[in-house]
Design a protein around this ligand. Structure first.
Ligand code: SAH
Length: 475
């Protein structure tokens, strides 16, 4: 089994520093299943190629106690492709022979290890269950140019058709460590076999080597399933953990975007985050399992709710198609593991019309939405939510207009957002919310959100409504 890695980065022989293997020497390593040899077929300043030759001990393999390949095939010990093809043996060899390069470390060329350089990989015999199509679906999203030549099952008997073996060349401009992590994970995925027992430790390896790319990979689910040999408890766990990382990364991007817009939008950096965090806490405390996010916008609160196991059913509704589409993209809805997908539903609807889909929930969040309604529509909303949908708990926030004097860029008499139809003082909000609670049988408490001052209060005001019958029950 032969793997070569070439670069045309100048001086190309720096590849030796990245791999921690001297271009002028042949080095051999003992592995549990055979030997690995590293040498350089070419080492010029313009182009340098390192080769990893894997010499798998075919006889030794038949004596292995666990995780034998081809377990359903009686002749497997005698007729085996394992010594000749790229498989999980190659991943193990990469991890052992190129361990520093795999983790992105280079003592002599630390900066180069961090740099994207032109790289070309050639795999002499790569088994692809799923054919060239799968090969492309796995590597192309990571930026690779691929050429693949499929081999006949037996050149002397063309009627037997094609084999699953390919000679593959992959080209990309990326960090060497990235390339090695891609190979480490994706070779066994293409092969769809593992020479060793797969257990929890495999999840850690997969998440470690897939850290920077797997969560965003469109084939995430099939990669995880094949890598973990379709073992349901393992794949579920790995997909759930990936989903968490993914959400976290998206959070960071969105937060950065928001902070960049702070000046323009006259809001306090991080206020949105604090607000949504607070709302999530209140929803958790109220003990609900089925929750609505009404006017969910681009899904920032939904993302937080998804992280909380307590919420078994999470619904996001918004009047805007565009906002829902963005929410769907930002939550990577299509790529969520089935279990997460089942918890989340997004639909379009207006809070100004009675809607049976909203009936029967434990709690509803209406965050920074009511100030977008014309006043007659606010009256309709009151009945839609508190009379017809009537969730046990409603968490509602709106800006406190008194605080606007603190925004230097905001002209007196202007609202915080051009689509706001009104903004209320604390008194106005309290009297509206109190009136609502009395009319529809709820109790209400108020909380400031954000930095609170003595004279003008906090930038956001929150009301938490609890159905009175419920309140009595909990007292
Ligand atoms: N709750 C989100 C978004 C607030 S922006 C957050 O806190 O980040 C206000 C949202 O309310 C927008 O997405 C807007 O499309 C939505 N909205 C406005 N009028 C609505 C209506 N009548 N019914 C449902 N959603 C509405």
């Amino acid at each position: 089994m032969l793997l070569t890695i070439s670069t045309t980065y100048s001086p190309a022989t720096d590849l030796g520093y990245l791999l921690h293997k001297h271009p002028e020497r042949i080095q051999s390593f003992d592995l549990t299943f055979g030997q690995a040899h590293v040498f350089y077929p070419e080492a010029r300043d313009e182009r340098c190629t390192a080769a990893l030759l894997l010499d798998v001990d075919a006889v030794g393999l038949t004596r292995r106690p666990h995780g034998r390949f081809g377990e359903n095939f009686a002749l497997a010990p005698y007729v085996s492709d394992r010594p000749y093809v790229a498989s999980s043996f190659l991943s193990v060899a990469i991890a052992q022979v190129f361990s520093s390069a795999l983790s992105g470390k280079s003592k002599e060329r630390p900066q180069l290890a961090e740099t994207a350089i032109p790289l070309e990989v050639k795999l002499s015999t790569l088994p692809c269950r799923g054919g060239e199509q799968l090969l492309r679906r796995l590597f192309e999203p990571l930026g690779y140019k691929i050429s693949a030549e499929r081999h006949a099952l037996d050149a002397q008997f063309p009627d037997w058709g094609e084999s699953r073996y390919f000679t593959v060349t992959l080209q990309n401009t990326c960090r060497l460590s990235e390339l090695l992590t891609h190979l480490y994970v994706l070779i066994p995925v293409l092969d769809d076999e593992k020479h060793y027992w797969v257990d929890d430790a495999e999840i850690e390896k997969l998440l470690k080597h897939g850290k920077n790319w797997l969560a965003a990979h469109p084939e995430q689910e099939s990669i995880v399933r094949r890598y973990l040999k379709n073992l349901r408890p393992l794949t579920d766990q790995a997909l759930a953990r990936l989903c968490d990382t993914d959400l976290q990364q998206t959070d960071e991007t969105i937060q950065a975007e928001e902070e960049a817009q702070v000046e323009a939008r006259n809001v306090i950096p991080g206020l949105n985050e604090v607000r949504l965090q607070r709302v999530t806490e209140v929803l958790k405390q109220c003990g609900g399992k089925r929750v609505l996010d009404l006017g969910c916008g681009e899904g920032k609160l939904l993302r937080k709710l998804l992280r909380e196991k307590q919420f078994e059913e999470i619904v996001g509704m918004d009047v805007s198609h565009r906002a829902l589409k963005t929410a769907q993209e930002r939550l990577h809805y299509e790529r969520l593991p089935e279990r997460q997908k089942e918890r989340l539903r997004l639909f379009q609807g207006s809070l100004n019309y009675r809607d049976n889909r909203l009936v029967g929930y434990d709690a509803a969040a209406v965050i920074e939405v009511i100030e977008h309604f014309d006043l007659p529509r606010l009256t309709a909303f009151e009945r839609v939510l508190f009379e017809f949908a009537c969730p046990r708990t409603v968490v509602l926030t709106t800006p406190n207009i008194e605080y606007n004097v603190k925004f230097e860029n905001l002209q007196a008499g202007h609202f915080r957002h051009k689509d706001h139809r009104f903004e209320w003082t604390r008194d106005e909000f309290h009297s509206w919310a109190t009136r609502i609670s009395e009319r529809f049988g709820y109790a209400v408490v108020f909380h400031p959100i954000g930095p609170t001052t003595e004279d003008v209060g906090a930038p956001t005001q929150m009301a938490v409504f609890t159905q009175e019958s419920q309140e009595e029950k909990t007292v």
